[in-house]
Write a protein that binds this ligand. Structure first.
Ligand code: KG4
Ligand code: ZN
Length: 328
């Protein structure tokens, strides 16, 4: 059985986890920086990098202690090497390199998006390749065909904002605080999703790409008009976003008719309305639907360690660079 230490520091969660090849999360710690970034209404890269640097070393020690193991027991150290906020990525990757060098443990540099893309397989051993993947997070909004580890084909992306970004901007407009996604979801529960007429950008277009900038502007206009309840705007926004996602996926799935499984991953996959709509869409296409549990949807190190397990044996050199941009 293999054991991998995972390190994640590409955005505003400092996370460390130990995962084994039996899909057990042996130990994990996640330190959120919400409190540090909340006064600014968004993630401040400099504050994030500093917080990662302060927290990471004690968290690594803590996770190893929780599991009662040492680095000598690990088959590899897997660290996010991008894409993300470069200061934070460097903190995690440099720490991983130092530990790898000091203990002669293999280093595996993980693409954060690959971490999300493979996370459903950590949660459920019955999810086999190939599958269709909707990857929706704060920085990314893509539809991919996943044929195997390292075999990703992107069918769609966003031409402006990511879906999580649209949730975050809506939360900001509505004064719901940061992080925005969970706040919009909570507020939407008390609202009427048909109360506010909002656009569904790109719906009906023949290519499966996304666009959310126009939806955000419409939310701003609705809010400024003073005609609507906050909960109704939140619910109507969420419904408009879900309608966009299902329409875009329908187009993309028409080009992947050989696939039997639809998977969603990334922070927005934690949203129950999004999950419900995707489950229905999958049923319509006679596909199996799978979503990791919410705690594995938002950023975490277990998915990075798991990607390391999937890539075991594919060691990276210690001079590998952190990459702010790194398409799958
Ligand atoms: O995957 P993630 O933790 O970080 C990135 O890689 O970006 O995703 C964070 C994004 C944020 O935009 C956050 O607002 C959104 O995921 N999010 C949600 C929910 N939980 C997190 N969006 C909608 N509903 C949620 N429950
Ligand atoms: Zn992420």
């Amino acid at each position: 059985m293999a054991l991998v230490l995972g390190i994640e520091s590409s955005c505003d969660e400092t996370a460390v986890a130990l995962v084994d090849s039996e899909r057990r999360i042996v130990a994990q710690r996640i330190a959120s920086q919400d409190a540090e970034h909340a006064p600014f209404g968004g993630v401040v890269p400099e504050i994030a990098a500093r917080a990662h640097a302060e927290r990471l070393a004690p968290m690594i020690e803590g996770v190893l202690a929780d599991a009662g193991v040492g680095l000598a027991d690990c088959d590899a150290i897997a660290a996010t090497a991008g894409p993300g906020l470069i200061g934070g990525v460097m903190v995690g990757l440099v720490s991983a390199k130092a530990l790898a060098m000091a203990t002669d443990t293999p280093l595996i540099a993980i693409n954060h998006l690959e971490g999300h893309a493979l996370s459903p397989r950590l949660a459920d051993e019955t999810i086999a390749f190939p599958y269709a993947l909707l990857l929706v997070s704060g920085g990314h909004c893509q539809i991919l065909r996943v044929d195997g580890v390292g075999e990703y084909r992107r069918l769609a992306t966003t031409i402006d904002d990511a879906l999580g970004e649209a949730f975050d901007k809506t939360a900001k407009i509505l004064g719901l605080g940061f992080p925005g996604g969970p706040a919009v979801e909570r507020t939407a529960k008390d609202g009427d999703a048909s109360a506010v007429p909002l656009p569904r950008p790109m719906v009906g277009s023949g290519e499966p790409h996304f666009s959310f900038a126009g939806l955000k502007s419409a939310v701003l206009r609705a809010y400024d008009s003073g005609k609507y309840e906050t909960a109704d705007i939140a619910a109507s926004f969420q419904q408009a976003a879900v309608d966009c996602v299902t329409d875009r996926l329908r187009i993309a799935l028409a080009n992947m008719t050989d696939l039997k499984t639809l998977v969603v991953a990334g922070g927005v996959a934690a949203n129950a309305t999004v999950r419900g709509a995707l489950e229905a869409l999958a049923a319509d296409h006679a596909m199996r639907f799978a979503a990791p549990p919410p705690r594995l949807c938002t950023d975490n190190a277990a998915m990075i360690a798991w990607a390391g397990i999937e890539r075991l044996g594919q060691d990276d050199p210690l001079d590998i660079s952190a990459r702010p941009r790194w398409p799958l």
